[in-house]
Design a protein around this ligand. Structure first.
Ligand SMILES: Cc1ncc(COP(=O)(O)O)c(C=O)c1O
Length: 356
């Protein structure tokens, strides 16, 4: 099966092979050496001089850790899709004081409205999903980065699970305080590794928090990070796979990887335009890594298309949440090439001919 899901995406056999690395102790010189190679490579990936922790946990766990460590007393969550809603749900379930700007799925946020909300709200942090996997939408960070010059005390927390390693994103240039990456999307790694970048401001905020627990206490991680150590026993095989894949990314270069993702996104949108399908996100806001496409009026259901692709050896997905049967989602990310994506789109042209 060729995996073009919106995550988890295809992982090459040679990357999977790294998962069979013998388990080593995490207090050994060998482990410290691994971390001393991993840490600078992750800093390069994130575009940061600050620390990037390698949590071997799902991104949702890291999202909760970001909220409890660095969210502060009052958080503003900008939400225009399922993952924006997930941030809000997580905050609500942990009884954290937050406000949600519910914009509507696939609708870009209005910087003037964010500005007004910041003006009246006295927030400690603002949270934004860079790549909304549910709608294939890219939320630009620059406008929020610029407006935060007027609110220098507000921390910027960004969910880059669907963009890290595939979309141009530089943590320090954009003044991001907590940047959450993801392994199972553009990095083309198995799920369960979440690199998290943290600024000194983020660490300061975390120092004052009473809710952060132990395992994901950012300051505890910071102490260990400086010594090439970790807080709890990590999933070593995942870290060896991460090291190997970061090496591959270095060889491809991050810039070429970003450009390749842009190309894959463009090819998919060209296919959509030619076949009468519409992206769920407006022009100028389309995600290079994931497309969410709404079928022409002549089609009632999208599930048969997903099934027809599966029968032809390709995994794509239905829409998510409220878009479940009204759209398809394709993950054109990670290590897929232009040629392989063209082949997938060729197959999609055949699959959409099925009734439904
Ligand atoms: C944008 C975004 N944020 C967060 C997550 C949550 O990641 P995980 O399933 O690893 O917890 C996902 C997963 O698809 C995602 O796409």
């Amino acid at each position: 099966m060729k995996n073009f899901l919106p995550g988890p995406t295809m992982v090459k056999p040679e990357v999977l092979a790294k998962l069979s690395h013998p388990i080593i102790g995490h207090h050994t010189p060998e482990f410290h050496e691994l971390m001393s190679r991993l840490n600078p490579a992750l800093q390069k990936l994130f575009g940061t001089r600050h620390s990037v922790f390698s949590f071997t946990a799902t991104a949702s766990t890291a999202m909760e850790a970001a909220l409890t460590n660095a969210g502060g007393e009052k958080m503003l969550i900008v939400s225009n899709g399922l993952f924006g809603e997930r941030w809000a749900r997580a905050a609500a379930r942990m009884s954290l004081n937050h406000r949600v700007m519910n914009i509507g799925w696939g609708i870009p946020y209005d910087p003037a409205e964010v500005r007004r909300t910041l003006h009246w709200g006295k927030f400690d942090s603002i949270i934004l999903v860079h790549g909304e996997t549910s709608t294939g939408m890219l939320n630009p960070i620059e406008p929020i980065h610029e407006m935060l010059e007027d609110w220098p005390e507000v921390l910027l927390i960004v969910d880059a699970v669907a963009t890290i390693g595939g979309v141009d994103l530089r943590m320090d240039d954009l003044g991001i305080d907590v940047l959450i990456g993801g392994s199972q999307k553009c990095l083309a790694l198995p799920p369960g590794i979440t690199p998290v970048g943290i600024s000194p401001r983020g660490l300061r905020m975390a120092r004052g928090s009473f809710r952060k627990g132990y395992a994901f206490d950012f300051n505890l991680w910071q102490e260990r990070w400086k010594k090439q150590e970790v807080v709890c026993t990590p999933a070593m095989p995942q870290l060896y796979a991460l090291e190997y894949q970061l090496d591959n990314i270095e060889k491809e270069t991050l810039q070429s990887r970003w450009e390749r993702h842009l190309k894959l996104g463009r090819l998919t949108l060209e296919w959509a335009a030619k076949n009468g399908w519409k992206p769920c996100s407006p022009e100028g806001y389309q995600l290079p890594s994931v497309s969410c496409l709404i079928p022409p009026k002549t089609r009632d259901h999208t599930a048969p298309v997903v099934e027809a692709m599966r029968e032809r050896g390709y995994l794509i997905d239905n829409g998510q949440g409220k878009l479940e049967n009204g759209s398809i989602r394709i993950g054109h990310m990670g290590d897929w090439s232009v040629e392989e994506t063209k082949e997938m789109l060729g197959m999609l042209s055949k699959a959409v001919k099925v009734k439904g």
